[in-house]
Write a protein that binds this ligand. Structure first.
Ligand code: NAD
Ligand code: TDX
Length: 355
């Protein structure tokens, strides 16, 4: 059976992608290689547990022997590489893991694919393809009136997270140029939706508001992000995986630029309308010290993806936010399990007594 290796599939976007892929391509065997760090949660794919087509392997993408053995053991012809340390604030606090997972881990995956697919020329059932998932943050920061980043914008990463993702992208590019490894790279804007770990802005705001706890806003809250609903991202990824051109990069974005404060107010409005207790949720907004090197604005030009593969986002921000909020409202246990233990320590370290 043709096999797809998904890395980081127990995280936010990876678990949404696996669920979508399993529905769209039931003929595939799915191997999910995930270290199950604080951000990885097997519960995110509980509905697939027991399926003969889905296997979760707890392991490190930077473990060369393990990754090579998986390529040897399974007839892998597709790789979708999500696994990463993904939170900017943690990269500022402790960058080591970002270099190890995002750079070294990507190298190990590329190198294993090269050895098995190109050197040993194992018998493959179809042409192999490797999709490397990256971010808009590699392009750096835009001023208010500057045009959106295109695929040819220069790389100018500002945080250790962005620099580690940029390094990984450059390795992926080099493996195509030098060895002809069929790699596609996607650079996506901020995602939101079900299963996002509550360290990121949107689920953090929802989780804090539900508990009537302070909502920390960096600086004045006027930094701008482009928000894409995670299912729209997953649809784009399948298009690129199957029909993108090897060696090419594709931007994925929503043309949905909003200031952080605007996003927070919209979430609180939806919650306020749903809560019967009348608690004044906007009172929870708490301005805290700004993130060091905080990128001002991200925006992506997605003409290429639209022209070549016909993709465009389908879920409006209002619909996406409502779906997301409803999902978290139904998952109070999921949130409270995460909020115990190590995550509480992280919040204390990141925000001190502010929240
Ligand atoms: P996440 O933090 O929710 O999940 C990351 C997953 O990777 C977790 O399941 C974790 O256990 C796993 N992982 C971490 N280190 C590992 C290792 N060494 N070996 C194996 N698994 C490991 O991240 P996410 O938000 O789902 O992001 C997924 C990918 O998409 C990342 O590459 C990220 O850079 C990229 N991306 C994210 C966004 C966003 O808004 N979240 C936007 C653009 C691009
Ligand atoms: O407590 C907070 N207060 C706050 O004001 C947090 C956690 C964030 N913010 C601001 C910082 C950003 O301007 O909200 C904005 C969004 O922050 P994050 O959710 O941390 O996302 P960001 O830093 O933009 O990075 C995200 O998008 C690109 C993902 O986390 C990355 O993995 C992805 O590559």
């Amino acid at each position: 059976m043709t096999t797809i290796l998904v890395t980081g599939g127990a995280g936010f976007i990876g678990s949404n992608f696996i669920r979508y892929f399993a529905q769209q391509r039931p003929e595939f065997n799915i191997i999910n290689l995930d270290l199950l760090t604080y951000a990885g949660n097997p519960e995110n794919l509980i509905d697939l547990e027991g399926s003969p087509h889905y296997t979760l392997i707890q392991g490190d993408i930077a473990d060369q022997a393990l990754v090579y053995s998986l390529f040897k053991r399974y007839p892998i012809t597709r790789v979708v590489h999500f696994a990463a340390e993904s939170h900017v604030d943690r990269s500022i606090m402790a960058p080591d893991a970002f270099v190890r997972t995002n750079v070294q881990g990507t190298f190990v995956l590329l190198e294993s694919a090269r050895q098995l697919w190109l050197e040993e020329k194992s018998k493959l059932e179809e042409e192999p393809r490797f999709l490397h998932i990256s971010t808009d943050e590699v392009y750096g920061s835009l001023k208010s009136q500057e045009p959106a980043f295109t695929e040819s914008s220069p790389y100018a990463p500002n945080s250790p997270y962005a620099a580690s993702k940029a390094s990984a992208d450059l390795l992926a590019r080099a493996y195509y140029k030098t060895y002809g490894l069929p790699v596609m790279i996607t650079n996506c804007s901020n995602n939101y939706g079900p299963y996002q770990f509550p360290e990121k802005l949107i689920p953090l705001v929802i989780a804090q508001a539900l508990d009537h706890k302070p909502i920390p806003i960096y600086g004045k809250g006027d930094n701008i992000r482009d928000w894409l609903y995670v299912e729209d991202h997953c649809r784009a990824l399948l298009r690129v995986l199957e029909d993108g051109r090897p060696g090419e990069t594709y931007n994925i974005g929503a043309q949905n630029e909003r200031s952080n404060l605007e996003v927070v107010h919209q979430i609180l409005q939806i919650l306020q309308d749903q809560q019967a207790d009348g608690y004044p949720l906007t009172d929870l907004i708490t301005f805290v010290k700004d993130r060091p090197g905080h990128d001002w604005r991200y925006a992506l030009d997605t003409t290429k993806l639209n022209r070549e593969l016909g993709w465009r986002p389908e879920v409006s921000f209002t619909t996406g936010l409502e779906r997301t909020i409803n999902w978290y409202l139904g998952q109070r246990d999921w949130i409270s399990r995460i909020k115990s233990g190590l995550y509480r320590d992280y919040l204390a370290r990141q925000y001190g007594s502010a929240i």
